[in-house]
Structure formats: structure tokens, C-alpha cells
Design a protein around this ligand. Structure first.
Ligand code: NBP
Length: 477
């Protein structure tokens, strides 16, 4: 065969990605389980150098060796089924890439299975939706490093670019790429939750949707410059044709989700990584959709009506901007910390700076801040983003504003689970001493779980039910 790359799955993402490959000059083989989609793509895009096949065998044969095949099919069983149909026709050394939103343990399992058969398997997180697939997404490939040399240049060419640098790089072995994509989505949940809280607070001081659209557009010219802030302005400016009201006021306030945010939080819990601001963002969506819970609580609970009283409205709006920036930084810090810990835990050897670098364009969380974050990680071996000098300084400068916003919102009864959780994290991780001493004391009291002391080595237990003397415990529970 002569095609340089093959795409399996001609739904929205696959067809756009295939067009992207073709537009960059790659002869592209295309295939879909049911031929109708392939035929439709061939017909709609005569300009593209496609090789369409009706059978898997024909498709695999149309590719030059070692083959490069990227699957863009539904995550889960459909991906396993697609791999199974490819296997009989593959040769040793061929490379199969899964570009779907796959849960990373599945990628680890598939990579192992494929390696045992002599095939290379790459799990590649792809962000940017339909437009990204067509014009340049952010790509997060993980798998055998040697095989990246063969596919990397092609992926880098079709990926988004930031200052001429591709938003695609080898992330790490087996599931690393899909893990990083998962955390990207977790951060995306937090980003969006914070934007929602910021808008709620603007409304609470009497800002209209149209005014808020201008405010977000203004914020987008500064430190908050990002895709999500930009489209927030667009959403706020939209007027509903039917009612003449701002569209935002007629959209049902129950948020959907597809699972990647939940996976991020589950993984944070598995690894014991504090990522509460991201978790609050997932829980906020769950709360929004818990109709029965909300109805029952609305009927029973009282409190302030959500109006924020301020003397200086402009100053408060600036405070909200600072709070939004600060909370956003915390979500990035939590997500990147999760990536760092997972990289150690799973032996992925992840370069955190590179993750931030390839998120600068193409993906949903693309933001000016990511350039600074990637530079900070590249400059020093950071345990947390929060210790980076420019970040710590920024948070310090914004701190009074952030606290004022949390206090005002709390007084007024405006729910701000994201802003408040992010601020608690800030105070928790910088505290010299946490309240965990109490937890340890209580655990020792009711369960003889023992504790350590600040002034000497060893594990201790107090005889709470007897004479209350302390003894050194031999066997820590
Ligand atoms: P879908 O997720 O809707 O999947 C449709 C494709 O999967 C079709 O090609 C379909 O073939 C194929 N397929 C199914 Br369903 N079951 C199959 C099976 N048992 N065997 C073989 N093929 C099967 O497509 P999409 O929205 O283009 O997304 C593709 C992937 O990209 C997904 O994993 C998605 O999560 C991921 N992704 C999506 C976005 C986005 O913004 N939409 C962004 C980033 C990543 P058929 O035509 O024969 O039914």
C-alpha cells in the first residue's frame, strides 16, 4: 500500500481528522464499520487524497509499512471490537493509535495485549472537538517511545501549533496519554465551574448578561485570556429568538457530563492526591442535576437571597476577576500534581512542563496562563505549581480580593463551591500545622490506630480506656 496514515471511524471526529491529515499532504486511508459513512466522506471531499476501503483487509493493505492506523471510534467495547477486526491483517511493528476518549486502564490493558502480539499500541488523548480535529487539535499520545519516532512527525504536523511549536508530544508509556487527557477534562470542569460562579457573582451585584458579556470580553484581554473566557462572552451575548431574553436565562440549569471529570476525581482519590476544587466542580454538576434533592431543599431551607451588597461595584467586579484567576490556578495546580504523582506511581516518566505546553493551543482549556505554567515547570523541578515564583506572587497579589469574594458570597448565600474549595486548598497546603493532629488523636482513642509525635521517632498509643499513659506501639495498625 501507499497511504501514509489510516483512519478508522468516519463519524464526526474521524472524518475531520482524516481531512486534516489529507490537507497536510498525507495520503490518507479511511475506513468505517458501515461503508455508508466512508462513501459520504469520499463524496463530500473530492479535494482530499483519500483511499477509501469497504473491507478491513483492503484498508490495511492500502497502507505503507510499518502501518500507522488511528482509530476514532466510540470508547469502550467498540474500541476493543475495532482492534480485534484489525489484528488478523496487521504485521509485526505496525502501529495502532486509539484517538478516542478512552479510560486509561483500558489503554494499559490493550497496550500490553498488543505488545505481546508484536504490535505497537498508542493511546492518544485528543482535545479540541470537531473544529480541532479538522484544523489542529491538542494531542496527547502515550505508548512505546520507539514507535513515536514513526508517528510523531505526522501527528505533530496535524496538531495545533503555539508560537510555531506543535501541541503534540510523546507523553509517556502505555496509558499516560489518555491519563493526561482525562486530567485535562477534569481541569476543564473546574474552569467552567469557576466561570459560572464568577457570572453568578456579577449578577449578584446587578450586572446584566449583556454587561457581563463585555466584562468577560475585557477579562479575555488580560491574565485570563483563554478560549473558555472568550466563548463565555459569546454565550452571554446571545439573545433568545423566542423570548427576547438573554439565552443564558432560558437554558435549563442542570449540567450534563460524560464521565471524564468523574474519572479524574476517582483517580485522585485512588492516588490520595488532594484535588478538591476539581471534585467540587464535578459535584456541582451532580447537584445541578439532582432535581429531587434541590426541590426538597428549596422547600425546607431558608437563608439570604443571593444579593451581594457592595459600596463599589467596579471594585467588586475586579475582585471577582482576581478570584477567578486564583481559583483557576489552584485547579491547574491540583490537576498537574495529580499527573506528577500518577507518573511516578505508574512509571510513566511524565514531563509536566510538556503537558502544559501542548495545552497552549488546540484544546478546550487553552489559555495564556498555560504558557507561563509550562515555562515555570521547565525552569525548575516543582513539587507544586504553587511554589513557582510568578504564580505564588500572583496568588499573593490576588489574595485579599479572593477572600473578599468568598466572604461576600458566603454572607449573601451565593453558592461558590469552587472558589471556596480552591481557597481552602490554598490555606490548607500553606498551613504549618493542619487539624490532622485531632483526627489522629480521635483515631487512636476509638480504634487504637496510634499516632506519631512531633518531638521523637516512633509510633505511640495512649491507653484511653485505662490510666491514660502513653506507650510506644510495636505494631502500627
Ligand atoms: P462516536 O463516539 O459517536 O463513535 C462513532 C464511531 O464508532 C462510528 O465510526 C461507528 O461506526 C463506530 N463504532 C461503534 Br459506535 N461501534 C463500533 C463497533 N462495535 N465496531 C466498530 N466501530 C464501531 O464518534 P465521534 O463523536 O466522532 O468520536 C470518536 C471518538 O473521539 C470517541 O472516542 C470520542 O469520545 C472521541 N472524542 C470526541 C470528541 C468530540 O468533541 N466529539 C473530542 C475528542 C475525542 P458505525 O458508523 O459503523 O456505527
Amino acid at each position: 500500500g501507499t497511504a501514509q496514515i489510516g483512519v478508522v471511524g468516519m463519524a464526526v471526529m474521524g472524518s475531520n481528522l482524516a481531512r486534516n491529515f489529507a490537507s497536510k499532504g498525507f495520503k490518507t486511508a479511511i475506513f468505517n464499520r458501515s461503508y455508508a459513512k466512508t462513501a459520504a466522506v469520499l463524496e463530500a471531499h473530492p479535494e482530499a487524497e483519500f483511499v477509501g476501503s469497504e473491507s478491513v483487509e483492503e484498508f490495511v493493505d492500502s497502507l505503507e509499512k510499518p502501518r500507522r492506523i488511528i482509530m476514532m471510534v466510540k470508547a469502550g467495547p467498540a474500541t476493543d471490537a475495532t482492534i480485534e477486526t484489525l489484528i488478523p491483517f496487521l504485521d509485526q511493528g505496525d502501529i495502532v493509535i486509539d484517538g478516542g476518549n478512552t479510560y486509561f486502564p483500558d489503554t494499559r490493558r490493550r497496550e500490553k495485549m498488543m505488545a505481546e502480539k508484536g504490535f505497537n499500541f498508542i493511546g492518544c488523548g485528543i482535545s479540541g472537538g470537531e473544529e480541532g480535529a479538522l484544523k489542529g487539535p491538542s494531542m496527547m499520545p502515550g505508548g512505546p517511545k520507539e514507535s513515536y519516532a514513526h508517528v510523531g512527525p505526522i501527528l505533530e504536523k496535524v496538531s495545533a501549533h503555539y508560537d510555531g511549536e506543535p501541541c503534540c508530544t510523546w507523553i509517556g508509556t502505555d496509558g499516560a496519554g489518555h491519563f493526561v487527557k482525562m486530567v485535562h477534562n477534569g481541569i476543564e470542569y473546574a474552569d467552567m465551574q469557576f466561570i459560572g460562579e464568577a457570572y453568578d457573582l456579577l449578577k449578584a451585584v446587578g450586572v446584566s448578561a449583556a454587561e457581563a458579556a463585555d466584562i468577560f470580553a475585557q477579562w479575555n484581554t488580560g491574565d485570563l485570556d483563554s478560549y473558555l473566557i472568550e466563548i463565555t462572552s459569546e454565550v452571554l451575548r446571545q439573545v433568545d429568538a423566542e423570548t427576547g431574553k438573554p439565552l443564558i436565562d432560558v437554558i435549563h440549569d442542570a449540567a450534563g457530563m460524560k464521565g471524564t471529570g468523574t474519572w479524574t476525581v476517582q483517580e485522585a482519590l485512588n492516588l490520595g492526591v488532594p484535588a478538591a476544587a476539581i471534585a467540587e466542580s464535578v459535584f456541582a454538576r451532580a447537584a445541578s442535576s439532582a432535581a429531587d434533592l434541590r426541590k426538597a431543599a428549596q422547600g425546607a431551607l431558608s437563608g439570604p437571597d443571593g444579593t451581594v451588597q457592595v459600596d463599589d461595584k467596579e471594585a467588586f467586579i475586579e475582585d471577582v476577576r482576581q478570584a477567578l484567576w486564583s481559583a483557576k490556578v489552584i485547579a491547574y495546580a491540583q490537576g498537574l500534581h495529580l499527573i506528577k504523582v500518577a507518573g511516578q506511581e505508574y512509571g510513566w516518566d511524565i514531563d509536566v512542563a510538556a503537558c502544559a505546553r501542548i495545552w497552549r493551543a488546540g484544546c478546550i482549556i487553552r489559555a495564556k496562563l498555560l504558557d507561563r505554567i509550562s515555562n515555570e515547570y521547565a525552569a525548575g523541578n516543582l513539587e507544586t505549581l504553587l511554589e513557582a515564583p510568578s504564580i505564588a506572587q500572583g496568588l499573593s497579589d490576588a489574595n485579599t480580593s479572593w477572600r473578599r469574594v468568598v466572604a461576600k458570597a458566603t454572607e449573601a448565600g451565593v453558592p461558590i463551591p469552587g472558589f471556596a474549595s480552591a481557597l481552602s486548598y490554598y490555606d490548607l497546603v500553606r498551613a504549618e500545622r493542619t487539624n490532622a493532629a485531632m483526627t489522629q488523636g480521635l483515631r487512636d482513642f476509638f480504634g487504637s490506630h496510634t499516632y506519631r509525635r512531633i518531638d521523637k521517632e516512633g509510633t505511640f498509643h495512649t491507653n484511653w480506656s485505662g490510666d491514660r499513659t502513653e506507650s510506644e506501639a510495636v505494631d502500627a495498625h
